[in-house]
Design a protein around this ligand. Structure first.
Ligand code: CP
Length: 359
């Protein structure tokens, strides 16, 4: 069975198949209406969402299917102490696929270990957001006509920005990608992406602190919000919250064909004066999210019982009673998930669920 927990759960070919199918759905929407009739998608959202949850809902409705679930875990038996594993065991009796968002990192991976239906990670804490990645890839393809060969600047909160982490992973499998990281020191990309993804795959990257310097080089500018809800220290948030603001003057430095992406919501990092610039692709990106999620639902259904489309093979997990995950927001420090670890190709030990270091 195929779950989508991390962008790398899809092969490059599967990723491209989903993007191609999304493009076909856009061109021939009527062909897919009814293709999921009598099927049900459950959306289990333990953390707020507008785009992801509603685009999943809209996608399933366009396909003729039905949607059930919760948008606030306080109204579910989670508030009585039900674990994510028990919750997906139960909801798997009512729906053929589950899209889950959780503020705890690794929650969906842990849930997938017992689920009898495919689990789609709709965002886990600061860790991963693979369906936003599919949205972003489709948007880049539609805006520029290609994904290979782009120079992409990621700007803002690269530390907590799960969409950034997932997109960099996915881009590492495309040709001639060049990454520029634009962030203050406090919000730099985590080591596991920089070292385990960029350095190991050889994707060239450089870190800068002045946006204007790199604007003329970019094919894609990927803006992000500084995520107040992830900070443990409010003073630190106040220090970095206005680090980078995209305005018309900065847009004037960019290529004529650059695309500005943002997973949204935005706060003040893109001024509304940019919205009418033809290069501002972030609202088109939102709509792409619905089409790509339609394609994902169709493909996961098609692949469900096909052994050629299972989960990627992994090494055996490492269990060592002396190891603990250093991340207080990891599932293994919040529910009774086992402390389990993996050795990266660079020889580091990282948490199985959230990629954090051991303590
Ligand atoms: N892009 C995104 O994940 O938006 P929501 O938080 O509104 O779902």
């Amino acid at each position: 069975m195929k779950h989508l927990i991390d962008p790398m759960d899809l092969t490059k070919q599967e990723t491209d198949e989903i993007i191609s199918l999304a493009q076909d759905i856009i061109a021939h929407r009527e062909r897919y209406q009814g293709s999921m009739s009598h099927r049900k998608l459950a959306t289990l959202f333990y953390e707020p969402s507008t785009r992801t949850r509603l685009s999943f809902t809209s996608a399933m409705m366009e396909l003729g299917g039905n949607v059930l679930g919760f948008s606030d875990a306080k109204n579910a038996s989670v508030s009585k102490g039900e674990t994510v594993q028990d919750t997906v065991r139960v909801v798997g009796c009512f729906a053929e696929v589950i899209a889950m968002r959780h503020y705890i990192e690794g929650a969906q991976l842990y849930a997938s270990e017992v689920s009898r239906v495919p689990i789609i990670n709709a965002g886990d804490g600061s860790h991963s957001h693979p369906t936003q990645t599919l949205t972003d890839l489709l948007t880049i393809k539609r805006e520029l006509g290609h994904i290979d060969g782009i120079t992409i600047g990621f700007c803002g909160d690269l530390k907590f920005g799960r969409t950034v982490h997932s997109l960099i992973k996915a881009l590492s499998r495309y040709e001639n990608i060049n990454v520029i990281l634009i962030a203050p020191d406090e919000l730099k990309l985590p080591g596991y992406i920089k070292h385990d993804v960029c350095e190991l795959t050889g994707i060239p990257f450089r870190e800068v602190s002045i946006m204007e310097e790199v604007m003329p080089e970019l094919d894609v500018l990927y803006m992000t919000r500084v995520q107040k809800e992830r900070f443990l220290d409010e003073d630190e948030f106040d220090r970095v919250k206005d680090s980078f603001v995209l305005d018309a003057a900065r847009m004037a430095l960019a290529k004529e064909k650059m695309a500005v992406l943002h997973p949204l919501p935005r706060v003040n990092e893109i001024l509304t004066e940019v919205d009418d610039d033809p290069r501002a692709a972030y609202f088109r990106q939102v709509e792409n999210g619905k089409f790509v999620r339609e394609a994902l639902i169709v493909k996961l259904h098609e692949w469900k019982d096909d052994p050629a489309h299972g989960m990627p093979e992994t090494d055996e997990p490492i269990y060592n009673p002396e190891y603990r995950c250093a991340n207080p927001k990891c599932i293994c420090n919040n529910e009774h998930a086992p402390y389990k670890f993996r050795r990266t190709p660079a020889g580091k030990i990282r948490c199985w669920y959230c990629d954090s270091k051991i303590k």
